[in-house]
Design a protein. Structure first.
Length: 276
């Protein structure tokens, strides 16, 4: 066990990544985790590729400064708009031994295994949908799979304003599911391609056709991380294992702690981080 704190970094623009971290801790409880939510600059979804890249790179460098050898971008927008550039352009210059992973590839590697009809639907933020990341990545693993997308810009605000389980959310859930299934009625698998959306799972299940398989990313990403660490002992050995979880936010710690418990499933205490 490393005597130096070298946690696994988990990054999101806000709270949603806590749904990923929750599953990581469940699957790999022995590791140290450092979570950072860039709440002061959230949401990332509507921002340009260049802005998301610069914000994400700044946060990744912060994780490295805290001793992280491995950082997971538990944010679909950052994974779609920034991950590849950081991996290819920045990591070789910063430290080629460090690793940054995203949430898109683990999901696209397995989604085709769930569909019987050969048609899947992606529900995500506007930024994720416009990036075309999911159709491009899915085509690499399942070239014959038909992929349909629907941007759901109101879903994140519903979750963050604690309206996700209220009747007001029904209209927006139904609206976007209707639009998606109008594109292809034979869709039998839905991917919730935003880390906020698991909180809407009950309503999505209620309004989607009853035989639809609905996938959220947390368990898939956690299983993929476990496999990754098994395949890469040189990275695994540099991750400390004292079963700790530390949380930072770039915005109000009071707001973060109040919201975060919904996503993480238990109360937590965060620290404030000022990114210069």
């Amino acid at each position: 066990m490393s005597s130096v704190q070298q946690p696994i970094g988990v990054f999101d623009s806000g709270y949603g990544g806590l749904t990923i971290l929750k599953e990581m801790v469940k699957t790999l409880p022995e590791y140290d985790y450092l979570y950072m939510g860039d709440n002061a600059r959230a949401p990332y979804g509507p921002r340009s590729f260049d802005t998301v890249y610069h914000y994400t790179l700044q946060c990744v460098k912060w994780f490295f400064d805290q001793g992280c050898e491995l950082v997971v971008l538990a944010c679909n927008t950052a994974s779609a708009k920034a991950l590849r550039t950081i991996q290819q352009k920045d990591l070789p210059k910063i430290d080629p031994r460090k690793r940054v992973l995203g949430v898109i590839r683990p999901t696209t590697e397995v989604i085709g295994q769930y569909s019987r009809s050969g048609s899947v639907g992606i529900l995500g933020t506007t930024g994720t949908v416009i990036s075309e990341s999911y159709p491009i990545e899915i085509a690499k693993f399942f070239p014959s799979l038909k992929v349909y997308q629907e941007a759901c810009p109101m879903w994140v605000p519903l979750v963050e304003n604690h309206e996700y389980d209220k009747p007001g959310a029904d209209y927006f859930i139904q609206q976007h599911l209707r639009r998606l299934f109008e594109q292809a009625p034979d869709i039998d698998t839905l991917l919730l391609a935003c880390t906020h959306y698991p909180l809407l799972m009950e309503k999505i299940q209620a309004f989607a056709p009853s035989d639809t398989t609905i996938l959220s990313q947390g368990t898939i990403v956690a299983a993929s991380l476990k496999e990754y660490l098994h395949r890469h002992p040189e990275i695994e050995q540099r991750c400390s294992k004292q079963a700790t979880q530390t949380f930072y936010t770039t915005d109000s710690v009071i707001d973060f702690d109040n919201h975060a418990s919904i996503f993480f499933g238990e109360k937590l205490q965060s620290k404030h981080l000022e990114l210069l």
